[in-house]
Design a protein. Structure first.
Length: 391
Protein backbone atom coordinates (compact mmCIF):
# COMPACT_ATOMS: atom_id res chain seq x y z
CA UNK A 1 0.00 0.00 0.00
CA UNK A 2 1.34 3.38 -0.95
CA UNK A 3 1.23 5.78 2.01
CA UNK A 4 2.35 8.86 0.16
CA UNK A 5 5.20 11.04 -0.96
CA UNK A 6 6.84 13.32 1.56
CA UNK A 7 9.57 15.93 1.46
CA UNK A 8 12.13 16.25 4.22
CA UNK A 9 14.35 19.28 4.65
CA UNK A 10 16.90 20.52 7.12
CA UNK A 11 19.85 22.80 7.66
CA UNK A 12 22.28 21.01 9.93
CA UNK A 13 24.64 22.14 12.66
CA UNK A 14 27.27 22.94 10.04
CA UNK A 15 24.83 25.40 8.40
CA UNK A 16 26.44 24.52 5.07
CA UNK A 17 23.26 24.23 3.02
CA UNK A 18 19.62 23.21 2.78
CA UNK A 19 19.28 19.46 2.31
CA UNK A 20 16.13 18.29 0.51
CA UNK A 21 14.85 14.75 0.06
CA UNK A 22 11.74 13.43 -1.66
CA UNK A 23 10.70 10.04 -0.30
CA UNK A 24 8.03 7.51 -1.19
CA UNK A 25 6.60 5.47 1.70
CA UNK A 26 4.86 2.12 1.23
CA UNK A 27 3.82 -0.73 3.48
CA UNK A 28 2.03 -3.96 2.53
CA UNK A 29 -0.35 -3.67 5.49
CA UNK A 30 -0.78 0.10 5.72
CA UNK A 31 0.66 2.43 8.34
CA UNK A 32 1.46 0.90 11.71
CA UNK A 33 3.77 1.48 14.66
CA UNK A 34 6.43 -1.05 13.63
CA UNK A 35 9.54 0.37 12.03
CA UNK A 36 9.16 -1.73 8.89
CA UNK A 37 7.95 0.71 6.26
CA UNK A 38 9.56 0.68 2.84
CA UNK A 39 11.14 4.07 2.19
CA UNK A 40 12.55 5.00 -1.19
CA UNK A 41 14.53 8.20 -1.65
CA UNK A 42 13.17 9.38 -5.00
CA UNK A 43 15.32 12.51 -5.32
CA UNK A 44 17.65 14.62 -3.22
CA UNK A 45 19.43 17.92 -3.49
CA UNK A 46 21.50 20.34 -1.43
CA UNK A 47 21.20 24.08 -1.97
CA UNK A 48 23.71 26.58 -0.61
CA UNK A 49 22.33 29.12 1.81
CA UNK A 50 22.68 32.80 0.92
CA UNK A 51 25.80 34.05 2.68
CA UNK A 52 23.94 36.73 4.62
CA UNK A 53 21.44 34.18 5.92
CA UNK A 54 24.15 31.65 6.77
CA UNK A 55 26.18 34.24 8.67
CA UNK A 56 23.09 35.34 10.59
CA UNK A 57 22.17 31.72 11.47
CA UNK A 58 25.69 31.06 12.72
CA UNK A 59 25.44 34.19 14.85
CA UNK A 60 22.11 32.99 16.27
CA UNK A 61 23.85 29.83 17.45
CA UNK A 62 26.43 31.77 19.49
CA UNK A 63 25.01 32.27 23.02
CA UNK A 64 26.77 35.60 23.47
CA UNK A 65 25.64 37.15 20.17
CA UNK A 66 22.03 36.16 19.63
CA UNK A 67 19.07 38.53 20.10
CA UNK A 68 15.31 38.40 19.78
CA UNK A 69 15.46 40.72 16.74
CA UNK A 70 18.01 38.51 15.00
CA UNK A 71 16.15 35.34 15.93
CA UNK A 72 12.84 36.57 14.58
CA UNK A 73 14.35 37.84 11.34
CA UNK A 74 16.20 34.56 10.75
CA UNK A 75 13.07 32.53 11.53
CA UNK A 76 11.11 34.32 8.82
CA UNK A 77 13.96 34.46 6.30
CA UNK A 78 14.80 30.77 6.61
CA UNK A 79 11.15 29.74 6.32
CA UNK A 80 10.81 31.83 3.17
CA UNK A 81 14.02 30.41 1.70
CA UNK A 82 12.88 26.83 2.38
CA UNK A 83 9.45 27.40 0.83
CA UNK A 84 10.83 29.07 -2.32
CA UNK A 85 13.55 26.42 -2.65
CA UNK A 86 11.05 23.56 -2.48
CA UNK A 87 8.88 25.18 -5.15
CA UNK A 88 11.83 25.59 -7.52
CA UNK A 89 13.05 22.05 -6.80
CA UNK A 90 9.68 20.42 -7.45
CA UNK A 91 9.36 22.30 -10.75
CA UNK A 92 12.83 21.13 -11.79
CA UNK A 93 11.78 17.55 -11.04
CA UNK A 94 8.51 17.89 -12.87
CA UNK A 95 6.67 16.93 -9.67
CA UNK A 96 3.35 18.58 -8.83
CA UNK A 97 3.01 19.97 -5.32
CA UNK A 98 -0.43 18.35 -5.13
CA UNK A 99 1.28 14.94 -5.21
CA UNK A 100 3.16 15.63 -1.95
CA UNK A 101 1.36 14.59 1.22
CA UNK A 102 3.42 16.76 3.57
CA UNK A 103 6.75 18.49 4.14
CA UNK A 104 8.79 17.65 7.22
CA UNK A 105 10.96 20.63 8.11
CA UNK A 106 13.49 20.35 10.90
CA UNK A 107 14.68 23.93 10.46
CA UNK A 108 17.83 25.24 12.12
CA UNK A 109 18.65 24.46 15.73
CA UNK A 110 19.80 27.65 17.42
CA UNK A 111 19.86 26.33 20.98
CA UNK A 112 19.63 22.88 22.54
CA UNK A 113 19.61 22.55 26.34
CA UNK A 114 18.27 19.09 27.20
CA UNK A 115 17.54 17.79 30.68
CA UNK A 116 20.50 16.14 32.32
CA UNK A 117 22.81 17.42 29.60
CA UNK A 118 26.35 18.47 30.41
CA UNK A 119 25.59 21.95 29.11
CA UNK A 120 22.24 22.33 30.86
CA UNK A 121 23.19 22.05 34.52
CA UNK A 122 22.87 25.81 35.01
CA UNK A 123 19.24 26.10 33.80
CA UNK A 124 15.96 25.09 35.45
CA UNK A 125 13.87 24.54 32.33
CA UNK A 126 15.45 22.39 29.62
CA UNK A 127 14.52 23.47 26.10
CA UNK A 128 15.34 23.15 22.43
CA UNK A 129 14.69 25.74 19.75
CA UNK A 130 14.54 25.30 15.98
CA UNK A 131 13.72 28.15 13.59
CA UNK A 132 12.55 28.33 9.95
CA UNK A 133 8.91 29.44 10.13
CA UNK A 134 6.71 26.51 8.96
CA UNK A 135 3.85 28.97 8.34
CA UNK A 136 5.94 30.51 5.57
CA UNK A 137 6.69 27.09 4.10
CA UNK A 138 3.03 25.99 4.07
CA UNK A 139 1.91 29.33 2.65
CA UNK A 140 4.48 29.42 -0.14
CA UNK A 141 4.27 25.77 -1.20
CA UNK A 142 0.61 25.03 -0.63
CA UNK A 143 1.69 21.79 1.07
CA UNK A 144 0.91 20.75 4.65
CA UNK A 145 4.06 21.25 6.70
CA UNK A 146 5.16 19.40 9.82
CA UNK A 147 7.71 21.04 12.11
CA UNK A 148 8.80 21.31 15.76
CA UNK A 149 9.73 17.65 16.06
CA UNK A 150 11.87 17.75 19.19
CA UNK A 151 9.92 19.52 21.89
CA UNK A 152 7.26 16.85 22.53
CA UNK A 153 9.99 14.33 23.30
CA UNK A 154 11.59 16.83 25.68
CA UNK A 155 8.24 17.49 27.34
CA UNK A 156 8.16 13.74 28.04
CA UNK A 157 11.56 13.96 29.76
CA UNK A 158 13.67 13.06 26.74
CA UNK A 159 16.70 14.66 25.14
CA UNK A 160 14.77 15.56 22.00
CA UNK A 161 17.72 14.22 20.02
CA UNK A 162 18.95 12.43 18.09
CA UNK A 163 15.80 11.53 16.18
CA UNK A 164 17.43 9.94 13.14
CA UNK A 165 18.27 6.50 14.67
CA UNK A 166 14.67 5.29 14.20
CA UNK A 167 14.85 6.18 10.51
CA UNK A 168 18.32 4.64 10.22
CA UNK A 169 16.72 1.38 11.36
CA UNK A 170 14.12 1.67 8.58
CA UNK A 171 16.63 2.60 5.88
CA UNK A 172 19.61 0.40 6.79
CA UNK A 173 18.34 -2.30 9.14
CA UNK A 174 17.72 -4.98 6.50
CA UNK A 175 20.48 -3.93 4.09
CA UNK A 176 23.62 -4.59 6.10
CA UNK A 177 25.06 -7.05 8.60
CA UNK A 178 25.75 -5.65 12.07
CA UNK A 179 25.74 -2.00 10.96
CA UNK A 180 26.33 1.15 12.98
CA UNK A 181 25.27 4.24 11.05
CA UNK A 182 27.37 7.35 11.68
CA UNK A 183 26.19 10.82 10.81
CA UNK A 184 28.96 13.43 10.75
CA UNK A 185 27.39 16.85 10.48
CA UNK A 186 28.36 19.72 12.72
CA UNK A 187 27.79 17.24 15.55
CA UNK A 188 28.33 13.47 15.18
CA UNK A 189 25.84 10.83 16.21
CA UNK A 190 25.81 7.05 15.99
CA UNK A 191 23.02 4.53 15.47
CA UNK A 192 24.06 0.97 16.39
CA UNK A 193 21.53 -1.23 14.59
CA UNK A 194 21.88 -4.33 16.72
CA UNK A 195 18.26 -4.67 17.78
CA UNK A 196 18.64 -2.48 20.85
CA UNK A 197 17.34 0.69 19.17
CA UNK A 198 20.10 2.78 20.66
CA UNK A 199 21.87 5.89 19.44
CA UNK A 200 23.25 9.17 20.74
CA UNK A 201 25.41 12.17 19.94
CA UNK A 202 29.06 11.15 20.26
CA UNK A 203 30.49 14.69 20.22
CA UNK A 204 31.70 17.23 17.67
CA UNK A 205 31.65 16.41 13.99
CA UNK A 206 32.67 19.19 11.62
CA UNK A 207 31.75 22.17 13.79
CA UNK A 208 35.09 22.72 15.54
CA UNK A 209 37.14 21.93 12.44
CA UNK A 210 35.03 24.32 10.37
CA UNK A 211 35.34 27.16 12.88
CA UNK A 212 39.09 26.70 13.29
CA UNK A 213 39.61 26.53 9.53
CA UNK A 214 37.52 29.66 8.90
CA UNK A 215 39.42 31.53 11.58
CA UNK A 216 42.73 30.85 9.81
CA UNK A 217 41.54 30.90 6.18
CA UNK A 218 39.25 33.89 5.96
CA UNK A 219 39.88 34.18 2.21
CA UNK A 220 38.78 30.59 1.51
CA UNK A 221 35.99 30.29 -1.04
CA UNK A 222 34.64 27.03 0.43
CA UNK A 223 34.88 27.96 4.12
CA UNK A 224 35.93 24.50 5.33
CA UNK A 225 38.88 22.12 5.16
CA UNK A 226 38.19 20.52 1.78
CA UNK A 227 38.96 16.82 1.96
CA UNK A 228 40.79 17.40 5.25
CA UNK A 229 43.91 18.56 3.39
CA UNK A 230 44.89 21.13 6.01
CA UNK A 231 44.41 18.64 8.86
CA UNK A 232 46.49 16.10 6.92
CA UNK A 233 49.34 18.64 6.73
CA UNK A 234 49.49 18.91 10.53
CA UNK A 235 50.67 16.63 13.29
CA UNK A 236 48.54 15.19 16.05
CA UNK A 237 49.09 16.87 19.41
CA UNK A 238 48.49 13.99 21.83
CA UNK A 239 48.42 16.05 25.05
CA UNK A 240 45.77 18.36 23.58
CA UNK A 241 43.76 15.40 22.29
CA UNK A 242 43.82 13.69 25.69
CA UNK A 243 42.84 16.94 27.38
CA UNK A 244 39.87 17.46 25.07
CA UNK A 245 38.74 13.85 25.45
CA UNK A 246 38.73 14.49 29.19
CA UNK A 247 35.68 16.73 28.77
CA UNK A 248 32.83 15.20 30.81
CA UNK A 249 30.54 14.95 27.77
CA UNK A 250 32.55 12.07 26.31
CA UNK A 251 32.34 9.93 29.45
CA UNK A 252 28.68 10.76 30.15
CA UNK A 253 26.25 7.89 29.75
CA UNK A 254 23.58 7.88 27.07
CA UNK A 255 21.02 9.16 26.40
CA UNK A 256 22.90 12.33 25.54
CA UNK A 257 22.85 15.04 22.90
CA UNK A 258 24.72 18.25 22.27
CA UNK A 259 25.27 21.11 19.84
CA UNK A 260 27.10 24.34 19.05
CA UNK A 261 26.02 25.88 22.34
CA UNK A 262 28.54 23.50 23.94
CA UNK A 263 31.16 22.55 21.36
CA UNK A 264 32.05 25.95 19.92
CA UNK A 265 34.94 28.36 19.45
CA UNK A 266 34.88 29.37 23.12
CA UNK A 267 35.22 25.71 24.16
CA UNK A 268 38.12 25.20 21.77
CA UNK A 269 39.90 28.39 22.83
CA UNK A 270 39.62 27.34 26.46
CA UNK A 271 41.15 23.95 25.63
CA UNK A 272 44.07 25.52 23.77
CA UNK A 273 44.65 28.07 26.53
CA UNK A 274 44.62 25.33 29.18
CA UNK A 275 47.33 23.44 27.31
CA UNK A 276 49.71 26.35 28.07
CA UNK A 277 51.68 25.65 24.91
CA UNK A 278 52.04 27.17 21.47
CA UNK A 279 50.45 24.77 18.98
CA UNK A 280 50.67 25.32 15.24
CA UNK A 281 47.23 25.96 13.67
CA UNK A 282 47.50 22.98 11.32
CA UNK A 283 48.39 20.76 14.29
CA UNK A 284 45.25 21.94 16.09
CA UNK A 285 43.24 21.03 12.98
CA UNK A 286 44.84 17.58 12.84
CA UNK A 287 44.01 17.10 16.51
CA UNK A 288 40.40 18.18 16.02
CA UNK A 289 40.02 15.60 13.25
CA UNK A 290 41.39 12.99 15.65
CA UNK A 291 38.97 14.17 18.36
CA UNK A 292 35.97 13.67 16.06
CA UNK A 293 37.19 10.30 14.80
CA UNK A 294 38.28 8.86 18.15
CA UNK A 295 35.14 9.96 20.01
CA UNK A 296 33.05 8.26 17.31
CA UNK A 297 35.18 5.11 17.38
CA UNK A 298 35.07 4.84 21.17
CA UNK A 299 31.30 5.31 21.18
CA UNK A 300 30.82 2.61 18.54
CA UNK A 301 33.13 0.13 20.26
CA UNK A 302 31.46 0.65 23.63
CA UNK A 303 28.00 0.03 22.18
CA UNK A 304 28.69 -2.47 19.40
CA UNK A 305 32.12 -4.11 19.64
CA UNK A 306 31.26 -6.64 16.92
CA UNK A 307 30.25 -3.99 14.37
CA UNK A 308 30.81 -5.08 10.77
CA UNK A 309 29.63 -2.16 8.63
CA UNK A 310 29.92 1.56 9.36
CA UNK A 311 28.05 3.62 6.74
CA UNK A 312 28.84 7.31 7.14
CA UNK A 313 26.42 10.04 6.06
CA UNK A 314 26.49 13.82 6.40
CA UNK A 315 29.04 16.31 5.11
CA UNK A 316 31.88 14.73 7.08
CA UNK A 317 31.84 11.68 4.83
CA UNK A 318 33.53 13.81 2.14
CA UNK A 319 36.49 14.51 4.41
CA UNK A 320 38.88 11.82 3.18
CA UNK A 321 41.41 12.52 5.92
CA UNK A 322 38.73 12.26 8.63
CA UNK A 323 37.42 8.93 7.31
CA UNK A 324 40.96 7.60 7.21
CA UNK A 325 41.54 8.61 10.82
CA UNK A 326 38.19 7.04 11.78
CA UNK A 327 39.19 3.73 10.17
CA UNK A 328 42.48 3.77 12.07
CA UNK A 329 40.72 4.65 15.32
CA UNK A 330 38.24 1.79 14.93
CA UNK A 331 41.11 -0.58 14.21
CA UNK A 332 42.89 0.54 17.38
CA UNK A 333 39.76 0.04 19.44
CA UNK A 334 39.39 -3.51 18.19
CA UNK A 335 37.02 -3.28 15.22
CA UNK A 336 39.61 -4.53 12.75
CA UNK A 337 37.21 -6.01 10.21
CA UNK A 338 34.77 -3.09 9.98
CA UNK A 339 33.90 -1.70 6.57
CA UNK A 340 33.93 2.08 7.02
CA UNK A 341 32.68 4.02 3.99
CA UNK A 342 30.38 6.77 2.84
CA UNK A 343 26.79 5.57 2.41
CA UNK A 344 27.25 5.84 -1.36
CA UNK A 345 29.23 2.60 -1.05
CA UNK A 346 25.85 0.96 -0.41
CA UNK A 347 24.00 3.03 -3.01
CA UNK A 348 22.56 5.68 -0.68
CA UNK A 349 23.15 9.41 -1.14
CA UNK A 350 24.85 10.54 2.06
CA UNK A 351 23.44 14.07 1.82
CA UNK A 352 19.87 12.79 1.68
CA UNK A 353 19.77 10.58 4.78
CA UNK A 354 19.09 13.16 7.49
CA UNK A 355 16.71 15.19 5.31
CA UNK A 356 14.87 11.98 4.39
CA UNK A 357 14.57 11.23 8.11
CA UNK A 358 12.43 14.34 8.57
CA UNK A 359 10.32 13.40 5.56
CA UNK A 360 9.78 10.06 7.29
CA UNK A 361 8.96 11.81 10.57
CA UNK A 362 6.39 13.90 8.69
CA UNK A 363 4.84 10.63 7.46
CA UNK A 364 4.75 9.34 11.04
CA UNK A 365 3.06 12.54 12.23
CA UNK A 366 0.46 12.57 9.46
CA UNK A 367 -0.51 9.00 10.36
CA UNK A 368 -0.34 9.72 14.13
CA UNK A 369 2.52 7.25 14.69
CA UNK A 370 5.29 7.68 17.24
CA UNK A 371 8.57 9.12 16.00
CA UNK A 372 10.93 8.80 18.96
CA UNK A 373 12.82 5.85 20.43
CA UNK A 374 12.75 5.77 24.21
CA UNK A 375 16.11 4.00 24.39
CA UNK A 376 17.67 6.82 22.35
CA UNK A 377 16.16 9.97 23.83
CA UNK A 378 15.28 8.77 27.33
CA UNK A 379 11.67 9.98 27.11
CA UNK A 380 9.04 8.47 29.39
CA UNK A 381 7.39 6.79 26.43
CA UNK A 382 6.73 6.79 22.71
CA UNK A 383 5.30 10.04 21.42
CA UNK A 384 3.86 11.41 18.18
CA UNK A 385 6.27 14.17 17.21
CA UNK A 386 5.73 17.45 15.38
CA UNK A 387 2.97 19.95 14.75
CA UNK A 388 1.04 20.17 11.48
CA UNK A 389 0.70 23.52 9.72
CA UNK A 390 -2.03 23.04 7.08
CA UNK A 391 -1.58 24.55 3.64
Amino acid sequence: MRLGRFIGCMTGTSVDGLDLALIDVTHPNGADEALDENVTVVAANTLPLPKTLRDALLLCAQPDHSSVELLGACDAALGEFIGISINHWLRSLGVKSSSIRAIGSHGQTVRHRPSGGIASTEIDNPFTLQIGDPNQIAELTGIDTVADFRRRDMAAGGQGAPLAPAFHQVLFGDRLTRPCVVNIGGISNISPLDGSFSGFDSGPGNCLMDEWFSQHHQDSEVGFDLGGAWAASGRLDKPLLEQMLGDPFFSASAPKSTGREYFNQAWLNAQITSSQRQIAPQDVQATLAALTALSIAQAITAQMPDVQNVPVCGGGRRNEHLLGVLKEALARTGSLSSCVAATEHWGIDGDSVEAAAFGWLAYRRVYALSGNLVAVTGAMGSRVLGAIYPA
